[in-house]
Every structure is written in structure tokens, then in C-alpha cells.
Design a protein around this ligand. Sequence first.
Ligand code: SAH
Length: 348
Amino acid sequence: MSALEKIIIDEISKKGCMPLDEYMALCLGHPQHGYYMTRDPFGRAGDFITAPEISQTFGEMIGAWLMDTWQKMGSPAKFALVECGPGRGTLMRDILRVAKLLEPFKAAAKVYLAEMSPVLMEIQKETLKDETINWIVDIKDLPSTMPVIFIGNEFLDALPVKQYVMKNKQLHERVVVYRDNALQIVAQDEGGGHAEIEDGAILENSPAVELFWRQMLARIKAQTGAALFIDYGYLQKRAGDTLQAVKGHQPVSILEAPGECDLTAHVDFEMLDLIAKESGFTSQRITQGAFLRKLGIRARAETLMKNNAAKAASIANDINRLIEPDRMGGLFKVIAVTSPTLTAEGFA
Ligand code: SAH
């Protein structure tokens, strides 16, 4: 039994059970044994691969979006460019490379990386060693004196979710218990009523995503700015269990080897959109494929392929993986939040 499994079982024997969001938070973020706290999970040799690790054009398109948004904000002389969950720092490296095309933007951007993992922070330091970067653990530690633009790729899907199951018109929270010498998931007895969903359907929500989103929007409201988040998820809310574990690019049980597998859940973009609109922002959401195409990823790919004929086929394949509707282009969604006077590029 791993050290983390023992910690989880001890906690369950004290309290009787553990809600799924608590379980997910421990698996990913336990200070000593959490998945992200102990390793670099990315790439072919790791457990999964993300868009910025697949193609430099991903970061370049986000860079183009940022420069456009900054100009629409009136080109402020100083602003905080905040990336949440920056992984290896690859996305920010690609953004800052294209930012050289617009020197006043590059000079204005004070870069903040919000990262909880000391291991990944070291890798980000290496990737971005030629840049001036500030690290924070929580967005509450950002300066309050300048406009702020937030970005994040596959950050929200790493925040813990809760699950409920409908039985006899009651919502029952799904929790982790320890029975017959094994971790198991069961639906708890208590719960509130919920008439719309059929019995047995699983519902998810993420108080952690909601809290983060509200805190972020409050910052943008107070300091002006914008946000762009990209993730696995659905544009319209739906029922269903999307909590998944991946190890070595293969799906595994979420209870197998806690702390050794990546855990993610689909992001509810409808909820993000509703909260943003309720708070007075303009909010737009679209598939990743449509977003990247509108920002000109194909033209950029053509140039790269011309400049590197030997790699043209692999460049084309990587771009297709990012934009095709039955691959990441359709699975991943993008949401942009701006103050009502701005129209974000890439959505119309
Ligand atoms: N954006 C990167 C990495 C995605 S993986 C990419 O696209 O490749 C998720 C990232 O979020 C990791 O860097 C992880 O350490 C970080 N992370 C997860 N939960 C976090 C939290 N609660 N606070 C800060 N960072 C977190």
C-alpha cells in the first residue's frame, strides 16, 4: 500500500467516508505524495500530452489573442499576464516568443505563473530562464494595481469535483469508503431533492472551479482585464460521470494507485459562462478547433511547413490533432471573458 493510500484510508476510518472532491484534491495535490507534486507527467514518456506540448502554434495563437485583447483594452503600459497551471512552461514560452512581434505588449506584460507543484515550478524556471517571471501559488497573491489577463490550458479540469447520484428523486453524494480491504465509491444516504434528472443519473459539480472562477472575475472587475481558458468539457451542461484517471496514456480506475495517476473531470463551460454574464462580463464559448482556425492556425502551419519541409508531414499531423472536430478540436472548448465594451477575437 502506498503512503498516500494509507493516509486516505486513515482519514476514511476517522470520518466514515471521503467526498470525491477531497479524494481528488489529495491525489493531485497532497504536499508530499500528490501526483503533480512529485513528477513531470507530460509527454510521450509520461502519462498524457497537452496542446502546447503537441505544437508551438497553439501558444502562438494564444499569443495573438492576447496581443489583440491587450490592444482592445487600450494598450495599458503595465498589466499582469497570469497563467494558471502552466505545466512545463511551454505555452508561456511560445506566447513570449511571438510577443516579440509587438514590443510594447511584451514590455507591458508582467508575467505571473500560478503553480502549486514545486517540481513543475523548477521545470518552468528552466523553460523560461531568459524571461522575467513571478511565481505565485494562489491568485489572491497577485498585485492589485494593474489590469490583469488570465489564461489557463487544462487547469480547470485538474480542480476537484463532487458527484451526486439521483435515487428516488433525491441527490446522494458519491463518496469514497474502505470496504472489504479496498477503496470503493458509494452513494451516501442523505441528500436534497432534484426533480429534473432521471433516477440513477450522475451529476457533477465543482465548488473548486466555481470558487476559482468567481475570485478571478472579481479581480478582473476590480482591475479591468480579460480571461481565456481552454479545457476538456461541454458547452451545455449535461448529466454524466466524467471523472477519469490516466496513467501511461491509458485509462485506469480512479481508485487504483491514488497519487500515481492523473485525475481530471470535464469542465462545465455553461456554468462558467452563466457566472461571467451574471457578473456583467461579455462571455463567449466555442470549440478549440473553431477558435484556432479563426485565429489563423492554418496559415501559420503553412509557413512552418515551408520553412521546414522535412518535418511538413508531422507539423500537419500535429495541427490536425489540435483542430479536427473528432479529436482535440472538438473535445476541447474555449471560453473568453472580457469587459462588455470589448469583443474578443476568435469567436465571431
Ligand atoms: N497548462 C499545462 C499543464 C496542464 S496540467 C499544459 O497545458 O501543458 C495542470 C497544471 O495545473 C499543472 O501545472 C498542475 O501542477 C497545476 N495545478 C493543478 N491544480 C492546481 C492548483 N490547485 N493550483 C495551482 N496549480 C494547479
